[in-house]
Design a protein around this ligand. Structure first.
Ligand SMILES: Cc1ncc(COP(=O)(O)O)c(C=O)c1O
Length: 451
């Protein structure tokens, strides 16, 4: 597969080069030249595979000659060694013999090592990038801005990999206590993963990383690579789970269309879903669920895109006022608002509504959602109120609730049980560098480790 810059079709690259370069020359986002499409028979065959094998087959269409099918199969089996369950609020897993009235599921994308959906993209990206770097004998410095989950997933995926130094930039006070502990305990002294706490918001962190990539001297001096969703290597693997789970939902309920509700911030997850839809996955609609940082929902409602400074909320990983992937979504739909509206519907919710909803669902069903997933679930309910439709309604569960134990415990007034992976982190000594959000401070710090 070849990729082109969303700013200039004549600027092209193969997958491996787009992955390692992060941005196209001139600052454009890499877009696949075309998307694979599958016959009904192929869809049935892919849906009958397990997730890792289906992902590997899809990956053959998006990569290049440096990745043979056997390598991709081994990569995906190694990366995706965890469950991808769709569950009802009373805890039943989707299966083909479910009763017809079961039409509401949560797709739990948080069973990977860092307990958030970011593991899907980070683990694929980490393995494909190191495959190339080892082959070429090259090195890279990864800069990643995080609102909490990306940094953990990228740090975990790249930990200990030769030729790669990872710098995770996060906003002071902008991530949960559990997320911060996770970010600051991945890298031990002497390892290749470093946490940087910045005095500012997530938008400041994202801007800092963007400024670093816009500085040709820094890019060259440090061989910079982005692990944020501006990198197409992050977005492509996010299409795999939509593709496969839509096929699972369709196999269980052949006559029902599938609707996904996605708690959204930078819109990387939504972009993955839209790519899956364009590849022929049986998906009828996407609900874009925002907190009060809702430029995408505004765009869907009144056709105007107004990026703005972000405001802090309970669903902190979605506190994004200028979503990175907005241009990709427009490019996928030929810049047509009506085409985007044909598949996306949006709604946004304030913290009070989200907190009340999370608590009510927990009291009524025993199912505990993280605040982001609760925004997604509210979005799905709003969609159902606004459209009478017989469908399989799937809310995307983006993180394990224990990652947000501090805010959830205040809401439900009960302890949130900690999974062992997080309890283990809590016992480790954090290691973090405090820094002002300036390019000079960033380049000084990175320069201590990369020469
Ligand atoms: C838990 C959680 N939910 C939702 C999102 C939003 O995803 P996206 O930025 O791809 O829209 C994030 C992103 O960081 C997240 O960590």
């Amino acid at each position: 597969m070849r990729y082109h810059s969303h700013l200039d079709n004549s600027v092209t690259a193969e997958f491996g080069d787009a992955l390692l370069a992060s941005l196209a020359p001139g600052g454009g986002l890499w877009m696949p030249d075309s998307l694979p499409s599958f016959s009904g028979r192929d869809l049935a065959r892919l849906g009958a595979m397990d997730f890792a094998d289906c992902a590997a087959e899809l990956a053959t269409h998006f990569t290049d000659a440096r990745f043979d099918p056997a390598t991709l199969k081994a990569t995906c089996r190694d990366a995706y060694d965890f469950d991808v369950p769709m569950v009802t609020l009373d805890g039943q897993h989707l299966h083909p013999a479910m009763p017809p009235h079961a039409d509401e599921f949560v797709l739990e994308l948080f069973h990977g090592p860092t307990l958030a959906f970011k593991d899907f993209a980070a683990r694929f990206m980490g393995r494909t990038a190191s495959h190339l770097l080892t082959k070429n004998g090259e090195r890279r410095t990864i800069l990643v801005a995080t609102s909490g989950d990306t940094g953990g997933a990228i740090g975990d995926a790249f930990l200990g990999q030769d030729g790669i130094e990872v710098f995770i930039v996060y906003p002071k006070g902008g991530v949960s206590t559990v997320q911060e502990q996770q970010l600051c305990t991945i890298g031990k002294r002497g390892s290749n993963v470093h946490a940087i706490r910045v005095e500012g918001t997530f938008d400041d962190c994202q801007q800092l990383v963007k400024d670093a990539f816009a500085d040709p001297d820094l890019v060259e001096r440090f061989d910079l690579m982005s692990a944020n969703s501006i990198n197409v290597g992050r977005v492509i693997p996010q299409s795999f789970y939509y593709f496969w789970t839509a096929l699972q939902a369709r196999a269980a309920y052949p006559h029902r269309p599938v609707v996904f509700s996605i708690p959204s911030g930078n819109l990387g997850n939504l972009t993955g879903g839209l790519i899956a839809l364009k590849m022929g996955a049986p998906i009828a609609r996407f609900v874009v669920a925002n907190n009060v940082n809702d430029p995408m929902v505004d765009y869907l409602k009144d056709g105007e895109y107004r990026p703005r400074p972000s405001q802090p909320t309970l669903s902190n990983a979605m506190d994004i006022g200028r979503p990175n992937n907005f241009p990709r979504i427009l490019a996928l739909f030929g810049e047509s608002l009506e085409s985007v509206r044909g598949v996306c519907w949006g709604a946004s919710f304030d913290d009070q509504t989200t907190g009340r909803h999370l608590t009510r669902v927990f009291r009524e069903t025993g199912y505990l959602m993280c605040p982001h997933t609760a925004v997604g679930h509210l979005g799905m309910n709003a969609f159902r109120d606004a459209h009478y439709m017989d469908a399989t309604f799937v809310t995307v569960g983006t993180a394990h609730p224990a990652k947000f134990a501090d805010s959830i415990e205040t809401l439900i007034r009960e302890d949130v049980p900690m999974p062992e992976a997080l309890a283990k982190n809590a016992r480790r000594k954090p290691r973090v560098h405090d820094m002002a959000p300036t390019l000079d401070a960033l380049s000084d710090y990175v320069g201590r480790y990369v020469r």
